[in-house]
Design a protein around this ligand. Structure first.
Ligand code: ZN
Length: 243
């Protein structure tokens, strides 16, 4: 068992590709893992509907994972919608704003998510918070950046007077690396689970199964996921070439 083997984690688990990969990662790292989802009136509600099936399918992938997976929690975060419209929650076109951020940016979202996660972790006796944020391949959301989350880790630990660790295993990975991480953690079965059972599309479309999964194929989330999958497949082709 690793040094972190006795630690207890709470994974921010939306039902998307990244948080599902993070959940598999946490199940390899920690003795006990609980999951937390947020209903903030997101247009891509389909991802919330994927969560229960994903949790149950993950426990079947590796014998060690099943006893580690604990309770699931879902919090109502529709207050985010009251703070203002975004393309993530309302019928707003996905475009670039004058400040260089896309209209899918929901200000404060990850700050609030982690703050609530720290409160739940306190109640549940959990000491690690895991999130799928990445600075490499996202849309420049400032609350996905490493410095933001490092500062938040300090603030939250002080605020509950307990050492809380914020783990972001995808922080320096791109989308192709995230597919590769799934392959390393759970082999082809996990890759297939991520491909067919997770949801990414901002427009909530699940009618067409592509090589990279379900989605409209055109929104920024679909494009990122599809490109990452294509790059990862191309890398695989290179590494499989004899000699
Ligand atoms: Zn889409």
């Amino acid at each position: 068992m690793t040094a972190s083997g006795q630690r207890r984690a709470l994974v921010l688990f939306s039902g998307g590709q990244d948080s599902t990969t993070c959940l598999a990662w946490a199940l390899t790292q920690f003795a006990h893992v609980e999951t937390l989802g947020f209903d903030y009136g997101q247009r891509h509600r389909a991802e919330l509907d994927c969560r229960a099936a994903l949790r149950s399918r993950l426990t079947m992938l590796r014998p060690a994972w099943s006893p580690r997976l604990g309770e699931d929690h879902l919090l109502d975060m529709t207050v985010l919608k009251q703070l203002g419209a975004s393309a993530m929650t309302d019928d707003v076109a996905i475009t670039m704003q004058s400040d260089g951020l896309p209209t899918t940016f929901v200000p404060g979202r990850n700050l609030l998510f982690f703050t609530l996660a720290s409160a739940l972790a306190y109640r549940r006796g959990l000491d690690v918070l895991v999130g799928g944020m990445s600075q490499t391949d996202y849309s420049g959301y400032p609350d996905c950046r490493d410095n933001t989350l490092k500062a938040l880790q300090v603030a939250l630990s002080l605020g509950v007077d307990r050492p809380l660790t914020l783990e972001t295993p995808l922080m320096w990975l791109d989308k192709a690396d995230t597919w590769e991480l799934a392959q390393q953690l759970g082999g082809p079965a996990l890759v297939e689970l991520v491909r067919t059972e997770t949801h990414t599309c901002y427009l909530n479309r699940r009618d067409t199964l592509h090589a990279w999964g379900y989605g409209c194929g055109h929104c920024p989330a679909c494009v990122l996921r599809a490109q990452g999958h294509q790059q990862w497949m191309a890398r695989g082709a290179v590494s499989r070439t004899p000699g």
